[in-house]
Ligand binder design. Structure first.
Ligand code: ADP
Length: 248
C-alpha cells in the first residue's frame, strides 16, 4: 500500500510555522525539520545574525527589532527570496517566522509560484497567551523586556493572527496544541502532517513526483484528527477569532 503518511515522495514539503511569541516555534522548527529532512529557516535567526555581523541588513533592522516591531515587508521579501534560492530548499523547507503579515503571505505565494511550487501546510502552534506571559515572566525578564514582549504580542494579534484565517480559507491550516511537553508537541506536528511517528524516517524515493495534487495533505485521514485537536485546544487559544477583535 502506498504509504498515506509518506510525504517525502510527493516532490518536497513546503511548510510554514505560525504561532505567538514564546510559543516554542523555534524549538519545534528545529526538531520537526530534522525529522522531515528539510531545512528549518528562521527569519528571526537570520536577522539576528545580520545584526551580529553588522551587515547593511543588520544595521537596517537592528533598531526596529529591538522595539518588538516588524521589519518592513519589502526587506523581508528580499531576505526570504534570497534564502529560498539556496539548493537545500529543493525538497522543501520549514519556514519559522515568515510570513508574519498578510502581504508577506502573498509574497511567499508569489515566490513559490515563480518556482512552480506551492505551500503544503501552515502549522499553527497554539498556546494560551496567559501561559506565554507566564513562561516569559518565569525567566525573570527586566521591565523593558516585558514591555517589548507585550509589544510583540500586540503586533502578533494585529498583524500575524489574520494569517490563521488566510490559511484556513486555503485549506492549509493545521492546528497543533503547543501547551504540551516539547517532545509531544513535535509528535503532534508530525501527526498533523500525516507522518506516523514510528515511520517518519522512511524514505519515499526521488522527489519531484509529477502527480502532486493541489492540496496533498487535505485529503488524508489526518484531517479528522486535526479537527479533533483543534476542537480540544481551542479555548483561550491565540487563534480564536475573538482575540483579533480585542483591540488594545
Ligand atoms: P520569536 O522570538 O517570536 O520567534 P523571531 O525570532 O522570529 O521571534 O523574530 C525576532 C524579530 O525579528 C521580530 O520581532 C521582528 O522584529 C523580526 N522579524 C523576524 N521575522 C520577521 C518577519 N517575517 N517580518 C518582519 N519582521 C520579522
Amino acid at each position: 500500500m502506498a504509504g498515506e503518511a509518506d510525504l517525502t515522495g510527493r516532490g518536497g514539503l513546503r511548510l510554514i510555522l505560525l504561532g505567538p511569541p514564546n510559543s516554542g516555534k523555534g524549538t519545534q522548527a528545529g526538531r520537526a525539520s530534522e525529522r522531515l529532512g528539510i531545512p528549518a529557516i528562521s527569519t528571526g535567526d537570520m536577522l539576528r545574525q545580520a545584526v551580529a555581523a553588522e551587515s547593511p541588513l543588520g544595521n537596517k533592522v537592528e533598531e526596529i527589532m529591538a522595539t518588538g516591531e516588524l521589519v518592513d515587508d519589502d526587506t523581508m521579501a528580499d531576505v526570504v527570496r534570497e534564502r529560498l534560492r539556496k539548493g537545500d530548499t529543493r525538497r522543501g523547507f520549514l519556514l519559522d517566522g515568515y510570513p508574519r503579515t498578510l502581504p508577506q503571505a502573498e509574497t511567499l505565494e508569489a515566490i513559490l509560484g515563480e518556482r512552480g511550487e506551492e505551500l503544503d501546510a501552515a502549522l499553527l502552534v497554539e498556546v494560551p497567551e496567559d501561559e506565554l506571559v507566564a513562561r516569559a515572566l518565569g525567566r525573570g525578564r527586566e521591565d523593558d523586556e516585558e514591555e517589548v514582549l507585550r509589544e510583540r504580542f500586540r503586533v502578533y494579534r494585529e498583524k500575524t493572527a489574520p494569517l490563521i484565517g488566510y490559511y484556513e480559507e486555503r485549506d492549509l491550516l493545521r492546528r497543533v496544541d503547543g501547551d504540551r511537553p516539547v517532545a509531544e508537541v513535535t509528535s503532534r506536528i508530525l501527526h498533523a502532517l500525516g507522518v506516523a511517528t514510528q515511520d517518519a524516517g522512511r524514505s519515499g524515493g526521488p522527489a519531484h513526483a509529477a502527480s502532486r495534487s493541489r492540496s496533498p495533505l487535505a485529503s488524508q485521514p489526518l484531517a479528522a484528527s486535526e479537527r479533533a485537536l483543534a476542537a480540544g485546544g481551542r479555548s483561550g487559544s491565540v487563534g480564536a477569532a475573538g482575540k483579533e477583535a480585542r483591540k488594545r
